[in-house]
Ligand binder design. Structure first.
Ligand code: TXA
Ligand code: MG
Length: 354
């Protein structure tokens, strides 16, 4: 049965969260309930990571398969020894550089941590989020908090309290609303349990900045199909972050991509199909006359990642049947944006020749 609760939404100052509200939220965590809270990436759906029943509520609230492990959040480096075993030197190097921040490290799971967090694996994913509300909640709760993104399974991650409410109203005890999240795509997941460190999910910390410290970091390129759920990271499933509309991603030189999007949109309009378009501001300015709902995502990769999931949800709410998206360059934050678009499109990436 799905976890049910009377959902309270409480607004608070993102920079200086009210202590009393944080204490109420921490009390919910301590008694085994669920609290959705902002991080610098996306909203998380949090539960006491030391309580297997509370962790089970996360899976049922999100309708998430038990085979997909969740991330444990901490606020102090000292907590690492309680959640993980044999922490390698690379972990402290990376934590010193990027924590608090959007980097998740996969380590060996401490035997005292509930197995359902890790979907039964011997590993555990850990991160220290860079958001005053998340850090205050972790501190007040006195326990590590297990938290996946606060969306229904396979829907775009929640980047605002409104998105959490859309997906989880009646299935989370409290939503801490501190406005939209800054980065907008999830953390980078880096596996440190393999002989060569592997990025299982590109995210807010770029591959380039990881390689500046650990030069041999590899990017996992294998995109698992849903029947390979036992693979390295179930978050690598192709169908993920999906809007309800069918989605196509176009990659190539911007001019060629724009003329392809323009031509396809015209032919969808001729068939009476409603299309939406996700492109940079620059590209949107050239598409003013196309018969589709054009959503400018921003000028820079930072703006685009910040807006991506919000705009996907907006196009869904507008009821478009098909979404055409422009792929960014696969460098810097563009690697994570490309990955989310590709998954939302279930692998439908079309290379356009100039
Ligand atoms: O930015 C984020 O990481 C957000 C915020 C709330 O912290 N959380 C998030 O969690 O995106 P979630 O559950 O939606 O994604 C966690 C990813 C999934 O791809 C999952 O498969 C992977 O991390 N993961 C978790 N534990 C793992 C493990 N033990 N081994 C390999 N992959 C793991
Ligand atoms: Mg997620």
């Amino acid at each position: 049965m799905r976890y049910s609760a009377q959902t309270q939404v409480i607004r608070l100052n993102p920079d200086a969260p009210d202590k009393k509200i944080i204490e109420r939220a921490a009390a919910i965590i301590q008694r085994g309930g669920l609290v959705a809270f902002p991080t610098e990436t996306v909203y998380g759906l949090g539960a006491n990571a030391l309580d297997a029943n509370a962790v089970a509520h996360i899976f049922s609230a999100k309708s998430r398969p038990a085979s997909d492990p969740v991330i444990v959040h901490i606020y102090d480096w000292q907590q690492i020894e309680a959640v993980a075993l044999h922490v390698p030197a690379a972990a402290s190097t990376l934590a010193a550089a990027f924590w608090p921040g959007p980097l998740t490290l996969v380590l060996h799971r401490h035997p005292t941590m509930p197995a359902n967090i890790s979907a039964g694996r011997g590993t555990i994913a850990v991160r220290m989020p860079a958001h005053p509300v998340a850090l205050a909640l972790l501190k007040a709760a006195h326990v590590p908090i297990a938290a996946p993104s606060a969306n229904l399974f396979s829907r775009p991650s929640a980047t605002s309290a409104q998105h959490v409410l859309e997906d989880l109203n009646g299935h989370v005890d409290m939503i801490l609303d501190a406005g939209p999240t800054r980065i907008g795509v999830e953390s980078t997941v880096l596996d440190l349990t393999t002989p060569v460190p592997v990025v299982l999910r590109p995210g807010g910390i770029t591959l380039e900045s990881l390689r500046a410290l650990i030069p041999n970091v590899q990017l996992e390129e294998k995109h698992l199909k849903p029947d390979d759920e036992a693979g390295a990271s179930p978050g690598m499933l192709i169908k993920h972050y999906s809007p309800r509309a069918e989605m196509l991603v176009f990659s190539g030189a911007p001019d060629a991509v724009l003329s392809e999007i323009r031509a396809r949109t015209q032919s969808y309009a001729n068939q009476g199909r409603r299309a939406g378009i996700l492109v940079s501001d620059e590209a949107a300015a050239c598409l003013g006359d196309v018969p589709a709902q054009v959503c400018p995502l921003g000028r820079t990769l930072e703006e685009i990642s910040h807006n991506l999931f919000e705009k996907m949800r907006q196009l869904d709410a507008a009821g478009v049947e098909i979404i055409l998206a422009q792929a960014p360059e696969r460098a810097g934050l563009g690697t994570a944006i490309w990955d989310r678009l590709m998954r939302a499109a279930e692998g439908n990436v079309i290379e356009v020749d100039a």
